[in-house]
Design a protein around this ligand. Structure first.
Ligand SMILES: C[S@@+](CC[C@H](N)C(=O)[O-])C[C@H]1O[C@@H](n2cnc3c(N)ncnc32)[C@H](O)[C@@H]1O
Length: 287
């Protein structure tokens, strides 16, 4: 079984390395997706080329809808991984804007620095611990090394889903600090709301309708470090492997940080049609 899996991975790697350069020559209408990396550098729980292109498209559309001006934006990508949202941001930073990626994974930051053109891209490594992604780094809260009130938009895709309560609240306050007044944030969550509770009854009866992993993966029934609002599934080694937040926890976090909810798009992880797999919230720093 293990041999078969390695053989499949080996074959996929070869096909991907042959396919990507050929496919790039056939991209006529969506210039920014030429930056999608090869399979060994596609991370963030989205590994296939098709899924990267799909998710880039979703977030590019959300950015277009919610950005006040469409060009020259200063964008911050928190937990940038290997740059998926940077690719989605490219059209909106044209004409004098920039996209800054932050991440605790040194390897991913090093990759991004090699792969994406600078300007407009810039990448910063944060020497801060995350038990899943950077277990050996410093166990302290680090304000991001970027200027206050300097970004039009902050993005985080599948990052608050790996933060415990303390880090999540601290980071939300950082979002407020770095956004310009009126600036927006687009952040994904596993939101444990009414729809989530309704979906629990469907999990064991039928195979997943909207994604391929077993539905029991996304049952958040264990308090993360004893929190009353942040929960993880039973199967995780560290809570930071997957964390969901209740509606009450979200409301409290936003109010403590001084951030408003501007729009909400439900995720299809709850076995209902959604814009993306996780729930996506559009947040706003009041003027
Ligand atoms: C599931 S990946 C998502 C990566 C990327 N946003 C994407 O969607 O492709 C989660 C990312 O969050 C980063 N991360 C975890 N804790 C972090 C923290 N405290 N500060 C910044 N990044 C963090 C991880 O290193 C990892 O790259």
């Amino acid at each position: 079984m293990k041999i078969l899996k390695s053989l499949r991975q080996f074959t996929y790697n070869i096909l991907d390395s042959l396919y990507l350069p050929m496919d790039r020559r056939r991209i006529y209408r969506t210039r920014n997706i030429r930056l999608i990396p090869g399979q060994g550098d596609r991370r963030g729980g989205k590994l296939s080329y098709a899924e990267w292109a799909h998710v880039i498209g979703i977030f590019q559309a959300l950015m277009f809808i919610h950005l006040d001006k469409k060009e020259g934006n200063k964008i911050l990508d928190i937990g940038c991984g290997t740059g998926l949202l940077g690719i989605a941001s490219e059209p909106f930073v044209a004409s004098g804007g920039s996209c800054t990626g932050l991440d605790v994974m040194k390897e991913d930051i090093d990759f991004c620095r090699r792969h994406y053109p600078s300007p407009p891209f810039k990448f910063i490594h944060l020497n801060m611990k995350n038990p899943k992604y950077a277990p050996d780094q410093e166990d302290k809260k680090l304000p991001w090394p970027v200027e206050g009130e300097s970004f039009d938009l902050a993005l985080a895709l599948s990052v608050w889903t790996h933060l415990n309560e303390e880090d999540a609240v601290f980071y939300m306050k950082e979002v407020r600090r770095v956004l310009k007044p009126g600036g927006k944030a687009i952040i994904s969550f596993f939101l444990l709301d009414e729809l989530y509770r309704e979906s629990l009854g469907k999990r064991f009866k039928e195979p997943g309708r909207f994604h391929m992993t077993p539905q029991t993966d996304w049952i958040f029934d264990r308090p993360a470090y004893g929190s009353s609002s942040w929960f993880c599934p039973k199967w995780v080694k560290y809570p930071e492997s997957a964390i969901g937040v209740t509606s009450e926890g979200l409301e409290r976090m936003l109010s403590e940080a001084g951030i408003e909810l501007a729009a909400q798009y439900q995720g299809n992880w709850k076995e209902a049609p959604g814009v993306f797999f996780q729930d996506v919230l559009v947040l706003r720093r009041p003027i």
